[in-house]
Ligand binder design. Structure first.
Ligand SMILES: [Zn+2]
Length: 425
């Protein structure tokens, strides 16, 4: 029986708005072998159905079969592994530093609207007490299993052990030399997975060693390090650059700086804020050429103002003014972004001239490999978690699936239902 060739009814927007967080998706229909990016062992064909029984990616079907449940209509779309953001402070009016479950929930829901299925909750340079509270809150939130929308994959500590010369919009009042004791206390209260630090600060070497021993990734950023200091930190195990180009020493042809070290060393992952404000499109293109998709990490570095429009917002005790899509302190310093990863991906495609088929790892697989979770997410492979992002032909997000459940559905998109499981209350 062919249920799929006839045009399915449009999914009424009032129902889309009332989607409960736990809406199981039985699969996606109408895919082709070419429309699946990041797929492993995708069968040939142009009427593919991908099933997601439970939280995992299930078998492919290449014939029209009748299955109960709710199916997304993937015709004309691209299916990608769910986006992962390694550097995000907030969005939808909420910030990780609020240290409340409500704020984390708001961020999880907000980013899911932009294709994100997992992220590192990122702190800012703040007092030890405030950072402890934020990290402990992430741990509590995970325990409560209250998460709806995207999943929190851990904590990224941005600072506080950064260079006072390159604070960017981190509050310089709280920038300080590395403290093993503070770091151990942070490890003890929550899932710290990454730390951004300045490797040239006294004591940074010991902290890098401590972090790596604890399984915490070390990212270099907000740093005055020279080329030589940056390379030495990479030799010591640092593996990533935080928002490459921004808040680090630039590339001069006789002093290649941190940027020169990052772009020339294949061991290093390079984060990029692809908003066209932090970094010129040509610099994005240079980064793409140097690092390739496997070492490029698009990040949002978004703050609570993301999705909220122009106005004045708090970030780590500093006042941030959002205007024309740029976030700045009173003195004009760029202060995080209102970027979302879907927009970042479109900007990056434009800047590099890459096709989506070439570029897709920069929002998922590269992050999953960097985080060491690529046995769970980052590809579309039977048995992996059903964390998926469906884009239309313009690379706009149609739907976001987290663990086999619909976390976001664009109002007007087609969801074919053979069973009604909606809460209409
Ligand atoms: Zn940041």
């Amino acid at each position: 029986m062919n249920n799929f060739d006839s045009e399915p009814p449009a999914f009424p927007s009032w129902q889309a708005r009332r989607l409960r967080s736990r809406l199981d998706i039985a699969g996606i229909r109408g895919l082709t072998a070419q429309s699946v990016l990041g797929g492993v062992a995708v069968p040939p064909g142009d009427t593919l159905t991908l099933t997601c029984p439970g939280a995992r990616i299930g078998p492919w079907h290449n014939e029209v079969i009748h299955l109960d449940g709710q199916f997304l209509d993937g015709r004309g779309c691209k299916l990608l592994p769910g986006f992962i953001d390694a550097h995000i402070h907030g969005g939808g009016g909420a910030d990780v530093m609020d240290a409340t479950a409500d704020s984390l929930e708001a961020i999880c829901r907000f980013v899911a609207q932009h294709g994100v299925t997992g992220f590192y909750a990122t702190t800012v340079t703040a007092s030890h007490a405030d950072t402890l509270a934020a990290v402990a809150n992430v741990a509590r939130f995970a325990d409560e299993a209250r998460q709806t929308g995207a999943r929190i994959l851990g904590v990224h500590l941005e600072g506080p052990y950064i260079s006072p010369q390159f604070p960017g919009a981190q509050n310089p009042a709280f920038a300080r030399p590395p403290s093993i004791q503070e770091f151990e206390e942070l490890l003890a209260v929550g899932p710290v997975r990454m730390i951004t630090l300045a490797p040239e600060e006294a004591g940074a070497g010991a902290l890098i060693e401590k972090a790596l021993a604890a399984g915490v990734r070390v990212a270099l950023g907000h740093t005055a390090a020279t080329f030589e200091q940056t390379s030495a930190a990479v030799d010591a195990g640092a593996s990533q650059a935080t928002h490459t180009y921004n808040a680090m020493t630039g590339l001069h042809h006789r002093q290649p700086g941190a940027v020169g070290a990052v772009l020339s060393d294949d061991r290093v992952y390079a984060q990029l804020i692809a908003d066209g404000i932090h970094v010129h499109p040509t610099a994005m293109r240079i980064l793409g050429r140097c690092k390739g998709p496997a070492r490029t990490l698009l990040i949002s570095d978004a703050i609570r103002a993301a999705g909220m429009g122009s106005g004045r917002y708090d970030m780590g005790g500093l006042s941030v003014i959002v205007e024309d899509g740029a976030c700045r302190l009173e003195d004009g310093t760029l202060a995080g972004s209102v970027l979302t990863l879907d927009v970042a991906l479109r900007n990056f495609l434009t800047a590099t001239g890459w096709s989506l088929a070439e570029a897709w790892p920069v929002t998922s697989l590269s992050q999953a490999q960097m985080m060491g979770v690529d046995n769970e997410v980052g590809r579309i492979e039977v048995g992996l978690r059903a964390d998926l992002t469906l884009l239309d032909a313009e690379a706009q997000v149609v739907a976001t699936i987290v663990g086999g459940q619909l976390a976001y559905l664009r109002d007007t998109w087609r969801l074919r239902q053979t069973n009604y499981e909606l809460d209409n209350s």
